[in-house]
Design a protein around this ligand. Structure first.
Ligand code: ADP
Ligand code: MG
Length: 414
């Protein structure tokens, strides 16, 4: 999908001055359960360019985001998913900017408050998903199911809508689609602009050879993307939990490895359609469970009592040869249970090979998927990758040629 949407930079800065600008960001950051602190601030940092631009151009910013999912009144009252934590972080990043935090994101007096804002100030509203549960504790999903009244209310707080929440753009929520539908002037911010540009490079006439690497747990999550990218990729390397279904479909023993019987047909179909492109692992690091001692298994000599949790050394070598020559790489999904030290070697090596191809072979490398991005960060090779998307599900949908409703709804460029 190629989007030609109106951009923030297309608006004359003079038309932003003194205006109330509703800015939807994706501050859905991971919070460490032990410390209660933000463990990765990348998503907030990626939004700063747009925020600073609006501040420098004397806008009044009404800032919205979600944080996690809210399913009960207890969750809401616990404040564990309150955006207050993001508010504290932003205050330190935007010294000198007047930022306020609004606990009640649907209070009627917000309209008056927005009208009284000073230029260069920010009003951050509480987690938009607090609206998924009403005061009676009912799961009404006003935000997540895009209740039209909610979108209309938030839209009434501003004159211009800037959507910069790339990570939420595959969802049709009140705080993106709902607002855009109720405001005349809507644009995409700098982050969405950059994400689209970088993702498009990989799918719009990419330089050959194109190597796609798929991993992760479930084939069902990735099948649409494999089908779409498979059309123009030269090789499709498969690892991780999803590889075992392919091996089983070919009649091999896979022990207790991850396998989804309902996906058997999909595995067979893909093997048929892309038989010259799909490359499957030939050896594995296995164990009884993630706590047990690992052993090595081959694809044609699998021990029945164990399951595969990482790719083995022969596979690593085989994948390396293919990745080395790539001119475009699209990677989505770790090739092992990288959360455990003993099963992360394959995934970290993949990151290293991708980084090396990027530097030595002038390859364009793209990582989509939250866990793959986290793995790249652990490896330390993340800085060499051409682009690591901030949107897991959104980038996957984009790489499946699906429409992103949060972007589709924005006005077209003139
Ligand atoms: P991404 O977020 O990059 O799209 P996914 O969410 O699809 O990736 O997959 C990541 C998950 O897949 C990780 O939690 C990882 O532990 C799991 N995984 C990878 N390999 C295996 C395997 N062999 N068995 C079980 N789970 C696996
Ligand atoms: Mg994931």
């Amino acid at each position: 999908m190629i989007y030609n949407k109106k951009k923030l930079r297309d608006i004359n800065p003079k038309d932003i001055e003194n205006k109330r600008v509703i800015l939807r960001c994706d501050f859905n950051v991971p919070i460490d359960v032990n410390t209660g602190k933000i463990s990765d601030t990348k998503r907030i940092d990626s939004a700063l360019e747009t925020i600073k631009y609006l501040i420098n151009n004397k806008a009044k910013i009404i800032l919205l985001s979600h944080l996690g999912r809210i399913k009960s009144i207890e969750e809401k009252n616990s404040n564990k998913k309150s955006l207050k934590i993001v508010y504290e972080y932003l205050k330190n990043k935007l010294i000198g900017v007047n930022i306020s935090f609004e606990n009640n994101n649907t209070s009627n007096d917000l309209v008056e408050k927005s009208n009284k804002m000073e230029p260069r100030s920010i009003m951050l509203l509480e987690n938009t998903r607090y609206c998924d549960v009403n005061e009676n504790g009912e799961l009404v999903k006003d935000e997540s199911k895009n209740n039209p009244d909610l979108g209309k209310f938030w839209a009434s707080l501003g004159d211009i809508f800037v959507n910069d929440a790339f990570g939420t753009s595959h969802r049709s929520h009140a705080s993106n689609v709902g607002i855009a539908k109720n405001i005349k002037n809507s644009v995409i911010g700098f982050l969405i602009e950059k994400e689209l540009k970088k993702l498009q490079i990989a799918i719009n006439n990419p330089k050959a050879p194109v190597v796609a690497i798929f991993g992760g747990a479930k084939i069902a999550d990735k099948v649409d993307s494999i089908k779409f990218i498979g059309k123009f990729a030269d090789k499709i390397l498969i690892g991780g939990g999803m590889s075992y279904g392919f091996l089983k479909a070919q009649g091999y023993e896979i022990g207790t490895s991850l396998f989804f019987p309902e996906s058997e047909e999909i595995n067979k179909q893909l093997l048929e359609e892309y038989k010259d492109k799909i490359v499957l692992p030939v050896d594995f690091i296995c164990a009884k469970d993630v706590e047990s001692k690992p052993i090595k298994c081959k694809y044609n000599g699998f021990n029945k009592n164990v399951g595969g949790f990482d790719i083995g050394p022969k596979t690593i070598k085989m994948f390396k040869k293919i990745i080395k020559n790539a001119k475009t790489i699209i990677w989505n999904g770790p090739v092992g249970v990288f959360e455990y030290d003993k099963f992360r070697k394959g995934t970290l090596k993949i990151t290293k090979f991708i980084a090396s191809a990027t530097i030595k072979n002038n390859c364009y490398s793209l990582i989509g998927g939250g866990d793959s991005a986290a793995a790249a960060q652990i490896s330390g090779f993340d800085k060499f990758i051409s682009h690591i998307s901030t949107g897991g599900g959104a980038s996957l949908d984009f790489l499946s040629d699906k429409t992103l409703p949060g972007i589709e709804v924005i006005s077209n460029a003139e």
